[in-house]
Ligand binder design. Structure first.
Ligand SMILES: [Zn+2]
Length: 619
């Protein structure tokens, strides 16, 4: 079972540097005493951890003895899991709030060891259960004592034909660290060794174009500076293209190794099967996004018009639609905005929001030693979710707050309505609850303002989300799939082949042939820059989650109570169903085209409004 922590996409994509603020008060830090009164209480609980891990150890050889024994062992395991998760939660939060605190680091180290010993104690579980003969397994699955574990059991045994013998499994276990090699090389080369050059900008400023500087200056108002920064940044990657390609190829070889070892037809199938998502969902997503590229092109044309550019280059895409700056919002104002924005989800949802403030679930402001970005940790089942932010008073901070609270409410509902073993929900559904709230915030602003400039800003934010989360991530997913297929057909992924594949797709998505974006061949090397490719077949979920949440929010806002109740029942269901069934319960079928129809209609509506405002402004 993974730890239910959900980081924002922005935090994962950007190399954000958090500035320090002094405005935090005790009220705006989280209260960890709900977990343990203090470190001494934590230490005492940690020392007692053996008492609940030992019974799990003694399940070795017993897991599949009888339905009775299996139920007992599951009970023992999940009880221990819950305790260890709570221990880890406290240590993790402390270390995140202040990484410079050696005491917090020590607690985290200790908690990590306890995790490892629990996982080791439970390691025979899967193979013993999978070893049950089919007929016997069916009697287990239908046994009244195992009723609550039905999906847990099915989920373990459905992978049967992809599971190796005990010796085979042991060999696979030896490969775990080996498999991390390409990712480690990628990070070391990228963050430590790339010789990023210094360029002189039109302002006279000299800037070393490393990753944070690239993120910042790609939004420069000078087209020449943007172009310069892009060339310097990707030019550096290009100088190492053969090294990156060899490393990329070895990562794809890793996936091929597991595909063959576990008897899957394709790398994508091997990856998606982990959470029981059919490959057709992946291909449907790519088909639908490709078909709706004209909407992206229309948006980019509008951007180009507003920026007054003769031609739109790939280096121009990161500029916002308008220069309009949103007002700044204190955290108190953000709380009020959030309360009003989530109103369509009902009084109970609003009351959870109020509780999160009253009970101090949130660590609000940046601080010395605190990690950057934002996340929600919902692993303390008996307590409540915790949220970490680096609130900065800008529009994005408010949006991040709504996003993270969406995760928190999801965990809250799930913990209240599901037994511990179904409280954690799959990633495929997780980002729906968060991005859903971003849509609500945007709708709230659009409804409550008459100012056309501010309206255009909000519409620009929504359209930009479509560009970065739907189209860009779908494009990544498309590339990832294409190159894995090329490799499976026997091709070596050389720098030339990766460049060509990337550039062809880049042109296809951004409408190079249609005269939308002029893509310079230099940017073929962008594949080398994207860290997400090392988490194989992960990014497609950014797109599917966004589409799902956008469609669901659309339904709740137009259809009202019935759609809302379906949506909330999905949150309450936690991980008690497979991903697609969860979303069906919520009201949409991600194997079909309906969610795409609704979401792209929403995008079209935003485009219509934005174009109308621009036309009015030009008068
Ligand atoms: Zn998230």
């Amino acid at each position: 079972m993974a730890r239910p922590i959900h980081f924002t996409l922005a935090a994962l994509l950007a190399f954000s540097s958090s500035s320090l603020h002094a405005e935090g008060t005790a009220e705006e830090t989280w209260d960890l005493s709900a977990l343990y009164a203090n470190d001494a209480a934590w230490n005492k609980a940690a020392e007692a951890s053996d008492s609940f891990i030992k019974p799990v150890k003694s399940c070795k050889g017993q897991w599949a003895k009888s339905p009775n024994k299996l139920a007992e062992c599951f009970d023992t395991y999940f009880k221990a899991h819950k305790e260890v998760a709570r221990l880890y939660n406290y240590a993790f939060q402390k270390a995140s709030a202040n990484g410079e605190d050696p005491n917090a680091q020590a607690l985290k180290g200790k908690a990590g060891k306890i995790w490892a010993s629990l996982e080791e104690a439970a390691s025979p579980m899967q193979s013993e259960i999978i070893g049950l003969p089919e007929k016997k397994l069916q009697t287990f699955i239908n046994h009244p004592l195992l009723k609550t574990y039905k999906l847990t059991l099915e989920n373990i045994t459905r992978k049967r034909k992809h599971t190796l013998s005990a010796e085979g499994n042991q060999l696979l276990a030896y490969s775990t660290e080996l498999a991390e090699g390409s990712r480690e090389v990628f990070h070391a080369l990228t963050t430590l060794n790339l010789p990023f050059p210094t360029v002189k900008l039109s302002t006279g400023e000299s800037v070393e174009v490393n990753a944070p500087a690239f993120s910042k200056y790609r939004q420069s108002s000078s087209a020449d500076d943007r172009d310069k920064v892009f060339r310097a940044f990707f030019g550096t990657y290009k100088g190492f293209r053969e090294t990156y390609a060899a490393n990329f190829n070895s990562m794809v070889n890793r996936d091929a190794f597991y595909r063959k070892a576990k008897n899957y037809n394709s790398d994508v199938e091997a990856s998606l099967d982990a959470s029981n998502v059919p490959v057709s969902v992946y291909s449907k997503m790519i088909e639908q996004v490709r078909a709706n590229r004209p909407l992206l092109w229309r948006y980019l044309k509008l951007k180009q018009k507003l920026m007054g550019l003769k031609e739109l280059k790939y280096s121009d895409l990161y500029l916002p639609l308008t220069n309009e700056k949103a007002p700044s919002y204190s955290f108190d104002e953000a709380k009020k905005l959030a309360f009003a924005a989530v109103a369509p989800l009902g009084k109970e949802y609003q009351s959870i929001l109020e509780r999160s403030n009253k009970e101090r679930w949130i660590d609000v402001y940046p601080a010395k030693g605190k990690v950057s970005g934002a996340y929600m940790d919902g692993s303390a089942y008996d307590v409540h979710p915790y949220l970490l932010m680096n609130y900065n008073n800008d529009y994005e901070s408010v949006s991040t707050y709504l996003h993270e609270f969406g995760h928190a409410a999801h965990s809250y509902y799930s913990s209240k309505n599901q037994p511990y073993h179904y409280a954690d929900y799959p990633t495929f559904a997780a980002e729906v609850a968060s991005t859903f709230n971003e849509v609500l915030l945007s709708e709230h602003f659009l409804k409550s303002t008459q100012d056309p400039k501010f309206k255009l800003f909000i519409l620009g934010q929504a359209l930009e989300s479509f560009r970065t989360t739907v189209f860009r991530q779908a494009f990544f997913a498309d590339f990832e799939w294409t190159v894995h297929e090329l490799a499976q057909k026997g091709n070596t992924l050389t720098a030339d082949l990766l460049d060509k594949t990337y550039l062809d797709l880049l042109k296809l998505y951004y409408g190079d042939a249609e005269g939308v974006v002029k893509v310079d061949p230099l940017y073929a090397i962008e594949w080398a820059y994207i860290p997400h490719f090392y988490n194989n077949f992960y990014v497609f979920q950014y797109t599917t989650s966004f589409i799902a949440s956008n469609a669901l929010a659309g339904k709740v806002l137009t259809e009202g109570e019935k759609a809302r109740d379906s949506y909330l029942s999905m949150l309450k269901a936690g991980g008690s169903l497979y991903p697609l069934d969860l979303l069906k319960l919520g009201g949409i079928d991600m194997s079909g085209t309906e969610p795409y129809k609704i979401s792209f209609a929403n995008m079209e509506k935003a485009l219509d409004e934005a174009e109308k405002i621009v036309a009015e402004m030009k008068k």
